[in-house]
Ligand binder design. Sequence first.
Ligand code: ADP
Ligand code: MG
Length: 342
Amino acid sequence: LPAGTGRYNLDDFIVGRKNKMAHRAAKACVSSGSELYNPLFFFGSYGLGKTHLLKAIVNETMRNNPSLKCKYISAEDFTNQFVNSTLRKDMNSFRKRFRGVDVLAIDDVHFLASKKGTQEEFLNTFNSIDHADKKIILASDSHPTMIEQFTESLVSRFVSGMVIKMEMPEFETRKKIVEIKASRMGLSISQDVVEYVAQNVSASVRELEGAVKKLSAQHLLLEKKITLSSAQYLISDMVSRVSSAPDAEGIIDTTASFFSVSSSQLRSKAKAKTVSLARSVAMHLLRENTDLSFPEIGGCFGGKNHSTVIQACRKVKKLIDANATVDWKHRGVKRSEKIGSV
Ligand code: ADP
Ligand code: MG
């Protein structure tokens, strides 16, 4: 195995509603040619499984095809090797090292943000691999267009393939993760402990895993079953302060049901009056209650651009300032409520 890829594989990646696209794309990447989507770009915050997927893709491709040359490298190592080769004036071996590979996974490419020289070399590497019909898989902490100081040509190469957002799994999947990770560590825990952990550790899968490790260590130490109160004590430092903050999905679902439309209508291009009013209200609520940026909010509604979102938020703000009420009668519903109280 290439250095650092460990034993990651795709079957160990626990799949739920929010990460099934990422998992599916990774599977497809292993089992298909490069024509599918190149590059495959995963982005999302810390501890959500990006490195896991990159390493798993490399491992499984090599297992299926031992003759292929696969490489996993962090953008930081890529940069260091590039700089060293430049200093040694030995660019040829550097280029050969990368351009000879069939599958190249580069992790944490946001690291290249302020490094123009490396970006240029990276683009060269990228182009030569892409022309040779080889695969490139990338991971980053943000969407390629949101990484400042990326050259335009680099961004356009990144978005020319498939860009997939990694998100924190929702409660049901978090439960599954806790259960499976615990059982892999030989730890048996009761349902109330599983739920407590899944409910309260919601910042990243890495932390979820850390919580289970803690419980497991305690279990080994005391040879006693982990009770709910001991679990609460043990992982108190990991409990997210933000766990009660409303999530985007909840806001969209609640707004949709308030306006008696479906969430999928809200996410669609439908232009009916009620739907578009509801959509604007949802955008406003997302802006006020989450950390999402305008482009990210647009992304929640089938890729609306950020100026559409800004306009919608302005419109709703105006309505609220004017104490407007939703004219339900007009839409066949006999009730009248303040928009501001949604
Ligand atoms: P990132 O690269 O996004 O920061 P990692 O890939 O390093 O995150 O994941 C952090 C830890 O969480 C790793 O141990 C990884 O195996 C685990 N992990 C993340 N997502 C999942 C998942 N869906 N199923 C199982 N383990 C996961
Ligand atoms: Mg990582």
